[in-house]
Write a protein that binds this ligand. Structure first.
Ligand code: ATP
Length: 203
């Protein structure tokens, strides 16, 4: 079985997330994709704007119409800070040795990779798969050669996914919602409805 885990703050989940998730699912020929919203990102200075419960609900709404896409509250239920290596280990225990795990990240996070908690163990434990992202360079891991070692650089390179460039971010959406600007092209319509019903992001 091939299992994709897609972590992030998803504050809120947007069409960019969904599009690259769908593309990666096809490319990897995966069996299941699980969105794993974080309580907060250890790599971002700020806390998410919407609560974990709202972010989980928006993800569930966005995922429910897509076959084999589900959402997990594992990181939201765990004490802070929640590290990716711990999450991958938990899913490995749950799904067993026969399951290949792919952890998706966007190219914007590559620069910070060497700072991730137990990054070498994480690269060894799963297939860390970097997706292209609009506005960011195609991933180049060679600068990390000394730190991570040749084999891990090769492994990272093999798992790059050349996703379509979708120029959308949650930051842009939060900012547009607070100014009352139309975001129909950026979010799933049911997610927009949820945001309005719950008065999120100053909408
Ligand atoms: P924010 O603007 O609040 O920082 P974001 O749009 O980057 O949010 P996150 O929830 O932080 O969204 O992203 C989760 C993961 O999805 C990250 O690994 C990020 O790189 C990736 N990602 C987000 N948007 C895109 C996109 N448009 N294309 C490719 N990857 C993306």
């Amino acid at each position: 079985m091939k299992l994709i885990l897609f972590g992030g703050t998803f504050d809120p989940v947007h069409r960019g997330h969904i599009q690259v998730a769908r593309y990666s699912f096809e490319k990897i020929c995966a069996d299941k994709l699980i969105f794993v919203p974080a309580k907060r990102s250890p790599h971002k200075g700020n806390f998410p704007v919407a609560s974990g419960e709202h972010r989980l609900n928006m993800l569930s709404i966005a995922a429910e119409s897509i076959d084999n896409f589900v959402v997990s509250d594992l990181e939201l239920e765990r004490p802070d800070p929640s590290y990716t290596i711990d999450t991958v280990t938990a899913f490995k225990e749950k799904y067993g040795k026969e399951t290949q795990i792919f952890w998706l990240i966007g190219a914007d996070t590559v620069e910070d990779l060497p700072k991730w908690h137990r990054i070498k163990d994480l690269i060894d434990a799963c297939n860390l798969s970097v997706m292209y992202r609009a506005g960011f360079k195609k991933p180049d891991f060679t600068v990390f050669r000394e730190h991570l070692g040749e084999n891990r650089i090769d492994k990272l390179g093999k798992h790059v996914i050349s996703t379509p460039l979708v120029d959308i971010s949650s930051t842009e959406i939060r900012e547009k919602l607070s100014r009352g600007v139309d975001v129909c092209d950026l979010l799933e319509s049911d997610v927009i409805r949820y945001i309005r019903q719950n008065n999120l992001y100053g909408s």
